[in-house]
Design a protein around this ligand. Structure first.
Ligand SMILES: NC(=O)c1ccc[n+]([C@@H]2O[C@H](COP(=O)([O-])OP(=O)(O)OC[C@H]3O[C@@H](n4cnc5c(N)ncnc54)[C@H](O)[C@@H]3O)[C@@H](O)[C@H]2O)c1
Ligand SMILES: [Zn+2]
Length: 369
């Protein structure tokens, strides 16, 4: 006997940006009703689901059936999973397939998967016929709390990650936390780096909750996870709302990333992005405390939370290596870097530091000198 599980929408986070209004629905088993939500938000007659080779076999049929029940003609386009496929060659294939499926300007692309899928399907939507609508259905924790909100899309170049892209806000985002059941524990843990970052950036209550119980613990059921995902979405929403195209305050989302990117690149991308961000976050917070920029005790609290989630709190890289990778960061402006510095749990400031000050931050913040 098969039983149809009833979908539950736990929270709807509205997102207003200068270019579009859309909603982020966070819930349980909401993939089954995706079709209605897509139809309401995007309309159109045809829907092309873009998904990768891991996620399509897990959730492709369910989303497809739901879209067809809502009246869509559907196509499921699948590309090989993995960051190394987030490239122009994959994008070009997808664009040709969209044309073969005869998608018109009124139709919709449904991005079903992690951040790689969301970025590439989003860019395909921005380019195809000079722009059609995209719906984001994030299935990884990282995609739910970070990449599906904000409208950034990109592919990687040989010269670096995310160097070619466009801004395109989705028509709606559907985050079904029950999808997280099939995500590997390793990827779930890694993405907690970004969740902790959001707490340090803007939410002492969220941070205290993570402090009391890591989200990797059985303390949380799916309804709790939905609430936490929704909170993370709201934090990112608030920052992006204030600054859609990253001129100012949006930079604060890079908390932990200047040193984190250096740690990630120096590991030749063997260390996960979220783990690298956690280590970078701990380093910058320790340095900020040592320099008197941050409330005393903050560094130890951030370290404890990262450790409890199974994330690294430091790097063994020496100062010269860290500097070499940190100054290659694309966010650098000439001889200065805009460093995001916590001032307490829940608040940050943007400090423009020169390269000598950056070296001092690394010396004070990182383990090996
Ligand atoms: N656009 C933005 O604002 C933004 C922000 C942050 C990160 N990103 C991008 O996001 C990407 C990283 O995202 P990611 O970690 O989701 O990577 P990913 O999309 O590669 O997903 C990681 C792996 O998990 C698998 N997966 C996803 N959901 C699953 C599920 N429910 N069950 C089983 N397997 C599942 C995928 O197939 C893949 O193998 C990077 O390319 C990064 O540049 C973009
Ligand atoms: Zn990040």
């Amino acid at each position: 006997m098969t039983t149809q599980t009833q979908g539950v929408t736990d929270e709807i986070v509205p997102v207003h940006t200068p270019s579009r209004f859309y909603e982020v629905h966070v819930g349980r088993n909401i993939l089954q009703t995706a079709g209605d939500l897509v139809a309401r938000a995007a309309g159109g007659e045809a829907a092309a689901i873009i998904s990768d080779s891991h996620v399509a076999p897990l959730y492709g049929d369910c989303v497809r059936a739901s879209l067809e029940t809502a009246g869509y003609r559907t196509t499921l386009l699948q590309f090989p999973a993995g960051e190394r496929n987030k490239r122009f060659s994959t994008l070009a294939t997808l664009l040709e397939q969209l044309a073969q499926a005869e998608l018109s300007r009124r139709d919709v692309i449904v991005a079903l998967g992690g951040g790689v899928t969301g970025d590439m399907a989003g860019l395909a939507a921005a380019l195809y016929l000079r722009g059609i609508q995209v719906v984001q259905i994030p299935t990884s924790l990282l995609a739910m709390v970070d990449s599906s909100v904000g409208g950034k899309t990109a592919v990687d170049l040989d010269a670096g990650k995310n160097l070619a892209g466009a801004f395109l806000q989705p028509s709606v985002v559907l985050a079904d936390v029950t999808c997280l059941h099939t995500l590997s524990k390793e990827l779930f843990v890694d993405s907690c780096g970004e969740v902790i970052k959001h707490g340090v950036l803007a939410d002492p209550v969220l941070f205290a909750e993570l402090e009391a119980h890591p989200i990797t613990s059985p303390h949380y059921d799916d309804a709790d996870l939905a609430r936490i995902v929704a909170r993370n979405v709201a934090i990112k929403r608030d920052v992006v709302n204030a600054d859609e195209r990253e001129q100012g305050v949006r930079q604060t989302l890079n908390l932990g990333h200047t040193l984190g990117h250096a740690i990630e690149a120096a590991s030749d991308y063997q260390l996960g992005h979220g783990s690298s961000v956690a280590a970078g976050l701990c380093c910058v917070t320790r340095a900020a405390e040592a320099l008197g920029w941050c409330e005393e005790g903050t560094g130890a609290r951030v370290e404890r939370v990262c450790e409890a989630h199974g994330l690294p709190t430091n790097t063994q890289l020496d100062c010269d290596t860290m500097m070499r990778y940190a100054v290659h960061d694309k966010k650098r402006h000439g001889q200065t870097v805009n460093l995001i510095v916590p001032t307490a749990i829940g608040s940050v400031e943007i400090r423009t530091v020169d390269l000598d000050q950056l070296r001092e931050v690394i010396r004070l913040g990182c383990g090996k000198q």
